[in-house]
Ligand binder design. Structure first.
Ligand SMILES: NC(=O)c1ccc[n+]([C@@H]2O[C@H](COP(=O)([O-])OP(=O)(O)OC[C@H]3O[C@@H](n4cnc5c(N)ncnc54)[C@H](OP(=O)(O)O)[C@@H]3O)[C@@H](O)[C@H]2O)c1
Length: 277
């Protein structure tokens, strides 16, 4: 998302931007002031939160001070450090809300396409915790990590079409697909899903008619990291029940290098930028 803003992609899509514009949406820090009517956090509280994607695009979090909507700000549990907390909001909410959209039942099998990424690493854990058999995509370099997060099987997306590999292992198809990779709906591996199955996610999802023609239902998800979603995730992370994969921590001066790493792929998790207050 940060690169979509930085490269002007969202501006080209017609989303209003107001300059000067600050990149970055997730944050963890200490409250310096609150607006009228805010009573769930106070000055001095340690919190995490998110700048929602609302027009005009202008406010961001790669800064010493950031203005966050109160609806996204939740207290940071004492057992959670700032770096880990800052890596949680958007990816965590995207995983929760994508999973809620397919409503998987214990014992079902779910394919997570894009499982090795920031959102996927949360989705694998949250699905496994719900008693779901998780089929995760990732290169051999990520296989052990994904298995440790709860994946029952790892499909190497560089070794051939994902749907074909899944069908070879599960001839009847999986019960649902969580789509976390790709912009092209036609490239989504929906043929891995059995008739009557579900498809949802924050990456490409085919439209309703295409899904219906394949005997499937589903929806595209827009992640909204409200504090109701973030608070339980922060508690789970603080308790050690949810692993947050922070690939690297960079000083603000190196934030643009971090954006470059995200753009070229293989970041291996979240990149957190630290800002001296
Ligand atoms: N709509 C929303 O609200 C919302 C919110 C959050 C994220 N998103 C979108 O959701 C997607 C995932 O976000 P993220 O933060 O998890 O991104 P990410 O960290 O870049 O993860 C994407 C993952 O996809 C993997 N991948 C690359 N090629 C693949 C292939 N052919 N098949 C399967 N997986 C492949 C990448 O692996 P390698 O690193 O090995 O290449 C990477 O681990 C992005 O498109 C993002 O823009 C949308």
């Amino acid at each position: 998302m940060d690169n979509a803003v930085a490269t002007g992609f969202l501006a080209q899509m017609g989303l209003p931007h107001e300059y000067p514009l600050v990149i970055g949406r997730d944050a963890a820090g200490v409250v310096e002031a609150v607006g009228a009517g805010v009573d769930h956090v106070a000055v001095g509280d340690e919190v995490l939160g998110h700048v929602l994607l609302a027009p005009p695009i202008s406010a961001g979090t790669l800064a010493e001070h950031a203005v966050l909507p109160a609806a996204t700000v939740t207290p940071k549990p004492a057992g959670l450090d700032f770096t880990t907390a800052a890596a949680l909001p958007l990816a965590g909410a995207a995983a929760v809300q994508s999973i809620d959209a397919i409503d998987p039942q214990p014992g079902q099998t779910v394919l997570v396409n894009g499982a090795s990424g920031g959102v996927g690493s949360f989705a694998v854990q949250l699905l496994a915790a719900r008693g779901v058999t998780v089929v995760a995509t990732g290169t051999p370099a990520d296989a052990d990590r994904l298995t440790a997060l709860g994946a029952a099987r790892v499909i190497d997306h560089t070794a051939g079409p994902v749907a074909e590999q899944v069908r070879a292992a599960y001839p009847d198809g999986v019960d649902a697909l969580v789509s976390l990779y790709g912009m092209d709906p036609a490239g989504t591996p929906i043929s891995a899903v059995r008739t009557g199955g579900k498809v949802a996610g924050v990456a490409a999802v085919p439209d309703e008619a295409t899904l219906a023609a394949a005997g499937l239902t589903g929806t595209s998800v827009m992640a909204t990291p409200t504090r109701e979603v973030l608070a339980p995730l922060a508690q789970q992370a603080a308790a050690g029940d949810l692993k947050v994969t922070v690939a690297d921590v960079l000083p603000l001066e190196q934030a643009t290098e971090g954006l470059g790493r995200l753009a070229t792929g293989g970041a291996g998790g979240k990149l957190v930028v630290t800002v001296e207050g």
